[in-house]
Design a protein around this ligand. Sequence first.
Ligand SMILES: *Cc1c(COP(=O)(O)O)cnc(C)c1O
Length: 337
Amino acid sequence: MNAEGVIDLRSDTVTEPSVEMRAMMAAAAVGDDVYGEDPSVNALQTTLAERVGMESGLFMPSGTQSNLVALLTHCGRGDEYIVGQQAHTYKYEGGGAAALGGIQPQPLEFAPFGGLDLAQVQAAIKPPDSHFARTRLLCLENTMQGKVLPPAYLAEAAGFAKRQGLKLHLDGARLFNASVASGEEVRTLVSGFDSVSICLSKGLGAPVGSVLLGSASFIEEARRWRKVCGGGLRQAGILAAAGMYALEHNVQRLAQDHQNAAQLAAGLKACGLEVEPVQTNMVFVHCGHHAPVELRDFLARQHIRITAAPRLRLVTHLNIDEADIARIIAAFERFLH
Ligand SMILES: *Cc1c(COP(=O)(O)O)cnc(C)c1O
């Protein structure tokens, strides 16, 4: 639960910075990052770039801006990117690539495992012809609604993109969840990608921030687009320090969130609810004939927050512990009986 005693299952974005994280933020060395002079930002960018095996990183105010800047850097006006119908970059970012970059999306249905079927992607690539937008980029997401893309698929997608002459971007908002769940290093999961965006403000527990990673030349161009988008920050080291703290202390503990999610899923299943298989920190539950709004309001009275939907998304994170999981299951039981 959080400082107010509320168990908030709506998202892992609701995590609050710990006392230790705040102390590291308060003590951070800072400079003007638009001049590239903030030592804490530079340290975070270098650390994460080394960790994922890419040349450079760029601290971003949000994951949305990070993905947008990646798209603006990879694609020009009249270019196209292929993306999942339910992908964050397509569905949950206000159409930014089209609105601000003149970049056309070509959405495709995700396969049940969370990736795009590469034969379908191939069929969607437009031939060079003035009738068509120029297909430039393939965009994947890992984890996708809590699902971990299999490493073999990622390697296949990388080879495919190269053969097709497409750039490959990963929305890795929760890449560390994928890494911890699969036991694969993050560098393995992104090898073959041209760029990746990682959120520090989800399960890693930082209050703000994402990092975009890629080659040195890609990041140099991305720095320009970040400024254009209004994302050039000044003494951002205070925020970067929180990200550094998160990388040092909050990565391995994601396993606990995954375990709590599995326990929550098992408990809700035992209550008779239909629960989808869990891989990381997201539990999807079908309400069936129960009214989602009534459930939400009932749980709210017990200091448990959810978003009402026929298919509930319940997200575990560092402000939810094992005792909270037991409380949640007990509250569902009371509602159902
Ligand atoms: C949260 C999220 C983002 C965007 O991050 P914000 O910091 O909220 O803008 C991008 N992609 C995925 C998959 C996300 O979950």
